[in-house]
Ligand binder design. Structure first.
Ligand SMILES: [Zn+2]
Length: 110
């Protein structure tokens, strides 16, 4: 969980779980799964959450979601407080987590 903005956690559905298990079994069978073994019973019983971050463009207001795992590959919290991404709508480097967006736009109106 980053310090300067929130993430959204959404519980995945049973269908999604089954799909992931199928992917896991397939990967295992074909020898391209290299992580620690998954306890399947535990996986089925547990609530699994997908974590994502809502982004909003400071330039055009376009909103987008990004998986937190993917974001972590592009951004290092020890380097900057929050990530700034290229907007998928206006292509400017102005898309920030929505909490940051609100803080920045508040400053503008103050
Ligand atoms: Zn934009």
């Amino acid at each position: 969980m980053p310090k300067h903005f929130n993430t959204i956690k959404i519980k995945i559905s049973d269908e999604e779980k089954n799909q992931r298990l199928e992917d896991y079994r397939y990967a295992l069978k074909n020898g391209f799964y290299f992580g620690p073994p998954v306890d399947i019973d535990d996986f089925i019983k547990r609530d699994i959450f997908d974590e994502s971050v809502r982004f909003k463009c400071l330039s055009c207001g376009f909103e987008d979601n990004l998986e937190y795992d993917i974001l972590l590959e592009m951004w290092d919290e020890s380097v900057s407080d929050y990530p700034i991404l290229y907007c998928n709508h206006c292509s400017k480097e102005k898309s920030v987590p929505i909490d940051i967006y609100h803080k920045q736009t508040l400053k503008v109106f103050r």
